[in-house]
Each structure stands twice: as structure tokens, then as C-alpha cells.
Design a protein around this ligand. Structure first.
Ligand code: G
Ligand code: G
Ligand code: MN
Ligand code: NA
Length: 255
């Protein structure tokens, strides 16, 4: 309960910030997009990782105003980078969205407003949702279709860890599937995971979806994923989540 109250205060007091982690083109490491990740700077405990507080924010409902702040800030940041860096700017941003946010009536309208306020084109934004969130049903699928109708991209995050129903690929208007890190961890050497990762490429290619492999930490993993046909990679091998200053330093340096 205490953390919940402190989260509320932090939202009013500007206690959150965003960091950005590139999703890169597999062949050359060029940035395809930047995933937005929230950080909480606690006055006494220092930086608290999202694993801890997102769950609390979901339970208390604070994820709705916090998520709105994240969406608006990320859209403004993306528009600002496009203004200042032109063709060298990251082409798009991805924002993680919780099940709780998707169930909120008017979520798609709020996203449209955030885009409009920032002057950001909808195709510069991707919303990352987990399979589990989509599976909850209710108005969630309608909301995803409303976002897709706006022109916003949808990515299925942590793919392979939830229900992983292939039916989801028919009903959910996703363009992108993000293979969970747990598969990437053991991608080398003919593992079960590598067989599944290979099969997923057949499915995504056939359905004209993009496949991103997450949590790539070694050159061997990247090579194995490239061989399997993954066109987008993300992970510490390429870049850790970075503050906006660090993103800009990398843009000035040509990455
Ligand atoms: O940033 P990190 O890799 O530690 O994130 C841990 C978890 O928190 C991941 O599951 C990630 O999707 C989630 N997360 C990070 N930032 C956000 C955010 O802005 N909104 C939501 N809903 N989840 C986030
Ligand atoms: O659930 P989601 O995929 O949004 O969460 C992304 C999380 O994974 C973030 O907490 C991010 O910091 C973390 N992450 C990103 N790349 C790597 C990586 O290469 N290794 C590890 N261990 N974590 C990573
Ligand atoms: Mn994600
Ligand atoms: Na993920």
C-alpha cells in the first residue's frame, strides 16, 4: 500500500523518466525503432525497476495515468528527434501497454490525442502488448483494431511465454511478433527453442509479419537468429536502454 501511495506522489512530482532501447535491423545493426521503458527514481531507494512497480501500478489502476504520461512523453520525444535529426532520427518508437490500459474505455482515443498533441504520424508508433493481455478478451481486441485503424503498429511482446495461441495471429491486428528472450537464451546448438524459433519464422514470413528477437546478448545468438531469418534484433549486444542524452550522443556519432 505504501509503494502505491508513493507511486501516486511520484507521478505528480515528476519522479519517472523514460529510457530507450533500439530494435535493430539484423543485417547492419541500423536502428529500426526505439522501445520505451519507464524508470522510477525513488527519493530514498534509488532507481526502482519496472518489474517491481508496474504490477503495483496495474493493481492500483495508477498504470492508467502513468501509462498516459509515458505515451505522451514518448510521442513528444519521437517527434522532437524527427525534427532535430531528420533522416538520422530513429524512425519509430515502441511503447509497452498493459492489459489494464487496453481495457480502459477510450484508450485508442487517448493514443490518437497523444499523437496529435505531439505532431507524430501514427505509423511512427508501435504499441507492444503481451499475448496474455490480448487473450483477456472483452473490449481489448476492439481497442487493438481501433489502434490499427489509426495506423498505429501493434507488436505481440514476450511471444512464446503466454498462451501463444496461433489463433491470436488471426484475430489480433499485429504486424510484429517479438520472440521472448527465453528462446534467444538457448537458441544455439539445435535446441528445442531453436526449432520453435525457426518454425515461428515460417509462420511470420507466411503471414507477412515482422519478427523481432529480444534479449540478444552474444554474437553467436545474433548469428544463429540471422541464419534462421530474423530480420530485427534487440538486446544488450547492440545497446542497453539509454537515456535521451545517450540516444542523442549515439545519433550525433552515427550510432
Ligand atoms: O525496463 P525493463 O526491461 O526492466 O522492463 C521490465 C518489464 O516492465 C518488462 O516486462 C516491460 O515490458 C515492463 N515495462 C517497462 N516499461 C514499461 C512501460 O512503460 N509500460 C508498461 N506497461 N510496462 C513497461
Ligand atoms: O517485457 P519486455 O520485453 O518489454 O521487457 C524488456 C526487458 O528486457 C527490459 O527490462 C529490458 O531492460 C530487458 N532487456 C533488453 N535487452 C536485454 C538483454 O539483452 N538481456 C537482458 N538480460 N535483458 C534485456
Ligand atoms: Mn516490450
Ligand atoms: Na519482451
Amino acid at each position: 500500500a505504501q509503494l502505491g501511495a508513493e507511486l501516486r506522489q511520484a507521478l505528480d512530482a515528476g519522479g519517472f523518466s523514460l529510457v530507450y532501447q533500439p530494435i535493430v535491423h539484423a543485417p547492419d545493426g541500423e536502428w529500426a525503432s526505439l522501445e520505451t521503458l519507464v524508470r522510477w527514481h525513488h527519493p530514498e531507494r534509488g532507481t526502482i525497476p519496472p518489474d517491481t512497480f508496474i504490477r503495483i501500478a496495474e493493481r492500483t489502476g495508477l498504470i492508467v495515468p502513468l501509462g498516459d504520461w509515458i505515451m505522451r512523453t514518448a510521442c513528444r520525444q519521437a517527434a522532437d528527434w524527427l525534427d532535430r535529426f531528420g533522416d538520422a532520427a530513429p524512425p519509430a518508437v515502441a511503447v509497452n501497454v498493459s492489459a489494464r490500459q487496453l481495457r480502459e474505455p477510450g484508450f485508442a482515443v487517448d493514443v490518437a490525442q497523444a499523437l496529435h498533441a505531439a505532431g507524430l504520424a501514427p505509423d511512427r508508433l508501435t504499441v507492444e502488448v503481451t499475448e496474455t493481455a490480448v487473450f483477456e478478451g472483452g473490449s481489448t481486441l476492439d481497442t487493438l483494431h481501433a489502434l490499427a485503424d489509426l495506423g498505429v503498429g501493434i507488436a505481440l511482446d514476450d511471444f512464446g511465454t503466454g498462451h501463444s495461441s496461433l489463433g491470436l495471429l488471426r484475430t489480433c491486428p499485429a504486424q510484429t511478433l517479438k520472440l521472448d528472450k527465453s528462446f534467444v537464451d538457448s537458441i544455439c546448438g539445435g535446441s528445442q527453442e531453436s526449432v520453435i524459433a525457426a518454425a515461428l519464422i515460417q509462420i511470420t514470413d507466411g503471414l507477412h509479419l515482422d519478427a523481432v528477437a529480444e534479449g540478444v546478448e552474444t554474437a553467436e545468438q545474433a548469428a544463429a537468429l540471422r541464419r534462421l531469418g530474423y530480420r530485427y534484433l534487440q538486446g544488450y549486444l547492440f545497446a542497453r536502454p539509454m537515456t535521451p542524452d545517450l540516444v542523442e550522443a549515439r545519433l550525433h556519432a552515427g550510432h
